[in-house]
Design a protein around this ligand. Structure first.
Ligand SMILES: [Zn+2]
Length: 247
């Protein structure tokens, strides 16, 4: 009898925790589209054209609403998160910016560039990191790809050293402002950021406009169209890596 009661209780608790786990972890990944106002579960037919991974909390505080057909999880206590997130990390898509030049450096995290890796990757030490940012982070710059410096066999890697050196000169030891966008990290867990050296001065954008890298667009980001245009201009003007190759 006792045993039965105990196993009933166990079953009950297991069920409860099961439902609790299902009721919307803020970090749950859901998906949205370039232009949509809703968010979805993986595999929803609304995602056939574009698919942007986003955490449930980001989807919620951005004002996206759950899809009516795939019924993704819904965040409870939305207000709590609205307050916490909007006051904290500066994400350019939440600010709904049209141009990278309009980003507000006074709202960004401040960091020092403590190590240089290559043209689009550096290591930062943050002054006052707040969740989800750690004190020390290796970051990858959003929306730009500079030629690799590790594998010199491929022709596209021409100009990799120049790009790497340029970032080193421009950033190493400097204090910078850091903004985030839709995705917080890449698959290597590197923090995905825009680096500003001053108001309106975005290093990601300058890498492209100076011809040190191209617009990297497999994953959508707020300034995608603008970065593409910067690349077009750099190609037309034959700047940097576009100068000596017959593109
Ligand atoms: Zn859906």
């Amino acid at each position: 009898m006792r045993k039965t009661a105990a196993s009933c209780l166990f079953l009950f608790l297991a069920l409860v925790s099961c439902f609790a786990a299902d009721s919307a972890d803020p970090a749950t990944i859901v998906y949205t589209t370039n232009s949509g106002t809703r968010y979805h579960r993986e595999g929803c037919s609304s995602l056939s054209r574009s698919k942007i991974a986003i955490s449930l909390v980001d989807a919620t505080v951005s004002g996206l609403t759950p899809c009516l057909s795939c019924k993704p999880p819904v965040l409870q206590e939305k207000e709590k998160y609205l307050e916490r997130y909007q006051g904290d990390i500066y994400r350019v898509h939440l600010a709904n910016l049209k141009s990278y030049r309009d980003a507000d450096t006074s709202k960004m995290l401040v960091a020092t560039v403590i190590r240089h890796v290559d043209g689009d990757t550096v290591r930062l030490e943050f002054e006052n990191p707040i969740t989800p940012v750690n004190k020390i982070e290796t970051i990858r710059m959003i929306g730009v790809d500079t030629p690799e410096t590790v594998d010199p066999r491929k022709s596209v890697q021409f100009f990799g050293k120049e790009a790497s050196d340029w970032t080193k000169t421009a950033l190493l030891g400097k204090k910078v402002f850091v903004a985030l966008d839709w995705d917080t990290r890449d698959k290597y867990k590197r923090l995905l950021v825009y680096i500003y050296t001053a108001p309106g001065e975005c290093h990601n954008a300058r890498l492209i406009s100076e011809g040190y890298g191209h617009a990297y667009v497999p994953f959508p980001f707020q300034f995608l169209d603008e970065f593409r245009a910067l690349e077009r201009d750099a190609r037309t003007a034959k700047r940097g890596l576009w100068a000596e190759q017959a593109h």
